[in-house]
Each structure stands twice: as C-alpha cells, then as structure tokens.
Design a binder for this molecule. Structure first.
Ligand code: PMP
Length: 367
C-alpha cells in the first residue's frame, strides 16, 4: 500500500492500528458471527461495546461522576441549536447568551443561537481577522447569561485556547460551554471547569456520524418545549444515548480509538507528541521568508496549522508536488485560502517531518 499522510481537517486520519482491528473484526465481531454494523443496539454485544467506550472516555478525560457522557447525532452544527434549546430554559425568556467570537466556527454558533436567545458577543477578534483570541480581561460578559460559549479550537482559522477561561466572577456562575470538535482528546482538560463540552467525532475521535457531549448533571432537564425529543439531553441521558438508534458503528470505532489512546499513554502523553509535532512545523514556517503563519504565537492551534506561500501564484504547483509525495489534503479552507495542515492525534511525527522536508525542498526549487 502507498504510504500517504492525510492532512485533512475532517473527516481525518485515523490510527492505522484501529483501522486494521476494525477490518479484522468486520465480518465476525469477537465470535458473534455478526458485524458490529449488523448488531441490535439493544443486544448484549453492542451494549458491551458502548459501555467500554464510555468507560474509556471517562478514564481518558477524567470525567467527574456528576457529568453525563452522551453520544448524539447532528454534529457540531447540530449542537449549535441543541445547546441553546437545552440551556436557555433555565432563565426567563428571552435569555441572554454570551459568545466569544474567535473564528468561523464560533461565528456559525452565534448565527444559529440567535434563533433561540439574545446573543451578546462579549469579545471578538473579527477585526484582527481572527489572528488572536481576545484577552480574557477584555471580555464584556453579561451579568446573568444562560451560558458562555467558546470554540476552544477554531479549525479553519487555526487559533486555540491555551487555557480554560474563568467566567464565574463576571456572570454569576454561568456555565462555560465549549465546542472542542477539533482538539478534544489532544490535551488534558479540567472537565469540572465546563458546564458542557461537545465535539463532532470526525477529527480526533473517529468517523463522522457521532457527536460527543459531556454535560454537568444540573444542566440537564431544562429543554425548551420546541426541542426535538431526540436532542433533549434528559431523554437521551435517561436512555443511555439510546432514545433513538445511535450511530452504532461510529461509536464502535470511537471506542477503538479510545483504547488506542490508552495504549499510547493517555492524553498527557498525546499532548507531548502534539506539542512536538506542532513545534516542528511552526518553527520551520517561522524560519523562512517563503511561507508564513499569521496567528499570534500564544494562540496557535496545535491541531490545525493554516499557512500561506508568500507567492500565491505557486499554490497549485505546491499542492501538485505535495500530492506526488503522498502529502494529501493540504489546501486551505476556501474562506481563508492558502494551505492548512491538520495534524490530529493520529498523525505520526514522521508525517509532519515529511511535510517539513517537502516545504524545504519546494522552497529550494522555487525560491
Ligand atoms: N465546530 C468545529 C470547531 C468544527 O471544526 C466543525 C467541523 N469542521 C464543526 C463545528 C461542525 O461540525 P459538523 O460538520 O460535524 O456539524
């Protein structure tokens, strides 16, 4: 098989070991005579897969006992509606929700939330073209917000929170809600500092189709009457994510990824590898006048590295040459242009090294 390195932002590279195990188990899972895809979600085989996945995730993220872990559908975009529908009911209507606008994904969350609440954009880096995260002491949070929303890693813009913002003092304990779609499980987080953490799976968790939500228990049970039952966290939690048929195969693969992460030494070990990979790439980009990354150094994403060739007329040649070397999906998002390398947990150090080698060679050839 040709060795390629896939830098896609998502769906994205998965660990080879996980794909091999899934292939081996495809037709006959553990002697059951069935593929996981064929199993009833209520049968003992799938229940055991589900329970192991939840247990391993709780171990990896050290999820406190007063948090529920839900496996939902609808993706990150679905959560943009599901979160307000489940949380604004705790306040008199219309409730106010605070948003920190740090890029495309928090922007999409703001747009959707406006259907369900009064949005207060408490801070925004839009004027700086989302090249930095507004410092915490500039945020204008509301006194009585239903919650504060942050996107802790902006997949398109390449900015990442390097800390957990404390919002309690200003808001009277509004829960912090974080869209962690594109960096969940890449670094340790203190779950107890969040009210809700959510993320689509197709970057660091597994295949598209399952959405993870980790929710503090007291925030469950307040859904607006318009909230579809399948997205009412109370019903989903009471039914162990099986109020409707869950995306069983995606949950199975996510479970294998969790086992793989444990074998790698867990999230703290993963973080060290991610720091090393990101440093290798950023250090090279910063050392040349040929390429550049425009993000403030203390906000740079370890997962999604957008970069530009100073001479943009070389973009097509750059991408064609990369493809010849098996370096795939490096084209930047259409809204920002340029290039983007997504280097999630499953991207090995050698993949980033191969990319840096190519950056050097292309520069030598064209510079
Ligand atoms: N939030 C973030 C940070 C994302 O990166 C994405 C997808 N790239 C989404 C939300 C939307 O996810 P989905 O397409 O699964 O709805």
């Amino acid at each position: 098989m040709t060795q390629v390195y896939n830098f896609s932002a998502g769906p994205a590279v998965l660990p080879k070991e996980v794909l091999k195990q899934a292939a081996d188990e495809m037709l006959d899972w553990h002697g059951s005579g069935m593929s996981v895809m064929e199993m009833s979600h209520r049968g003992k085989e799938f229940i055991s897969i589900y329970e192991a996945a939840e247990r391993d995730l709780r171990d990896l993220l050290d999820v406190p006992a007063n948090y529920k872990v839900l496996f939902l559908q609808g993706g990150g975009i679905g959560e943009n509606a599901i979160v307000p529908m489940n949380l604004v009911g705790r306040k008199t209507q219309p409730a106010v929700v605070d948003f920190i606008h740090t890029g495309s994904w928090s922007g999409k969350s703001i747009k959707e939330a406006k259907k369900y609440c009064t949005v207060n954009v408490a801070a925004s880096s839009e004027k700086q073209k989302f090249s930095a995260i507004p410092p915490r002491d500039t945020w204008k949070l509301s006194k009585d917000a239903a919650y504060v929303h942050v996107c802790t890693n902006e997949t398109i813009d390449g900015v990442e929170f390097q800390y957990t913002p404390d919002v309690n003092a200003d808001t009277g304990n509004a829960p912090l809600v974080a869209d962690m779609s594109s960096h969940i499980l890449s670094r340790p987080v203190d779950v107890s500092k969040y009210g809700v953490i959510f993320g689509g799976a197709q970057k660091n968790i597994g295949p598209a189709g399952v959405t993870l939500a980790i929710i503090r228990e007291d925030l469950i049970g307040h859904a607006l009457s318009i909230c579809p039952s399948a997205f009412d966290w109370k019903l989903v939690a009471e039914n162990h994510s099986m109020y409707n048929t869950p995306p069983t195969y995606a949950i199975y693969i996510a479970g294998l990824v969790f086992q793989w992460l444990k074998k790698q030494g867990g999230i703290a070990a993963m973080e060290q590898r991610n720091i090393a990979k990101a440093a290798l790439l950023y250090d090279y980009l910063d050392s040349t006048g040929f390429y550049r990354n425009d993000i403030a150094k203390d906000c740079r994403s370890r997962m999604n590295v957008p970069f530009f060739l100073n001479d943009e007329s070389l973009n097509d040649a750059f991408l064609a040459g990369a493809k010849e070397r098996g370096l795939l999906q490096l084209k930047g998002h259409k809204s920002v242009g340029g290039m983007r390398a997504s280097i999630y947990n499953a991207m090995p150090f050698e993949g980033v090294q191969a990319l840096v080698d190519y950056l050097k060679d292309f520069e030598k050839k064209s510079g």
